[in-house]
Design a protein around this ligand. Structure first.
Ligand SMILES: N[C@@H](CCC(=O)N[C@@H](CS)C(=O)NCC(=O)O)C(=O)O
Length: 225
């Protein structure tokens, strides 16, 4: 019998969204449980060593396992679940894909830094660092529409939430990180149309994230003014 999958989530988390996208690309049923990260329940602290979402609970006949780290969760989903293949067959290509998935996480860490600095000079240097990373992504991209061409892959699942995040960020302040990256821009547009991406972030995501950023990062409004 297929194991029951429960994804412990937060509505705004881009790491959660990559796992949701992978599951929905494969058409795998799962339960999603959103938690309040500002007030983490004890049961969650027990299963998440870093206190972070996502955590995937895998319930088998032998018991329950809790997997953490979004890329590891995506790999587990790819290895164990049917549906569309989200990794290349070739080991070298697969390794390259994994490297770009890691790169996506590095961009996200850089973005968190962008949010939390109130200093315009630090903001600008971080903005440039993010732009430089997208310039490297531009070099890696082929003709599209997806990272590896016509087939959607886990690299797409990782970058789609990053782009959705930028959709909201762009409304607050002009980051201009895609000015010189036409292939990245086309990729971003293709991903935004993908049904799995639209479902994963939810229709209320832009409003919720906008409100979150404004509430937690009032300096962004100053920068945008
Ligand atoms: N490396 C982790 C990062 C996950 C992460 O940073 N999740 C954030 C939400 S987007 C979180 O749970 N933060 C809560 C905290 O750090 O207290 C992954 O890829 O799963």
């Amino acid at each position: 019998m297929a194991p029951k999958l429960t994804l412990i989530s937060h509505k705004l988390c881009p790491y959660v969204q990559r796992a949701v996208i992978a599951l929905s690309e494969k058409g795998i049923p799962f339960e999603r449980v959103d938690i309040d990260l500002a007030n983490k329940p004890d049961w969650f602290r027990k299963i998440s060593p870093l206190g972070k979402v996502p955590v995937l609970l895998v319930e088998t006949e032998d018991g329950e396992a809790a997997l953490f780290e979004s890329n590891v969760i995506c790999e587990y989903i790819e290895e164990t679940q049917g549906g569309a293949k989200l990794h290349p067959q070739d080991a070298l290509e697969r390794a390259k894909h994994r490297a770009w998935m890691e790169f996506g996480s590095t961009i996200l860490s850089e973005l968190w830094g962008l949010e939390t600095t109130g200093d315009p000079a630090i903001f600008e240097s971080k903005r440039q660092a993010v732009a430089a990373k997208f310039a490297r992504v531009e070099e890696a991209l082929g003709p599209g529409p997806f990272f590896a061409g016509k087939d959607f892959s886990l690299v797409d699942a990782v970058f789609a939430p990053i782009f959705r995040y930028f959709d909201v960020f762009d409304q607050l302040t002009d980051l201009s990180v895609f000015a010189d990256t036409p292939k990245v821009r086309a990729w971003r547009e293709a991903l935004a149309k993908r049904p799995s991406v639209r479902t994963a972030v939810g229709p209320d995501y832009p409003q919720l994230l906008h409100a979150f950023l404004v509430r937690h990062d009032a300096h962004l409004l100053k920068l945008a003014a």
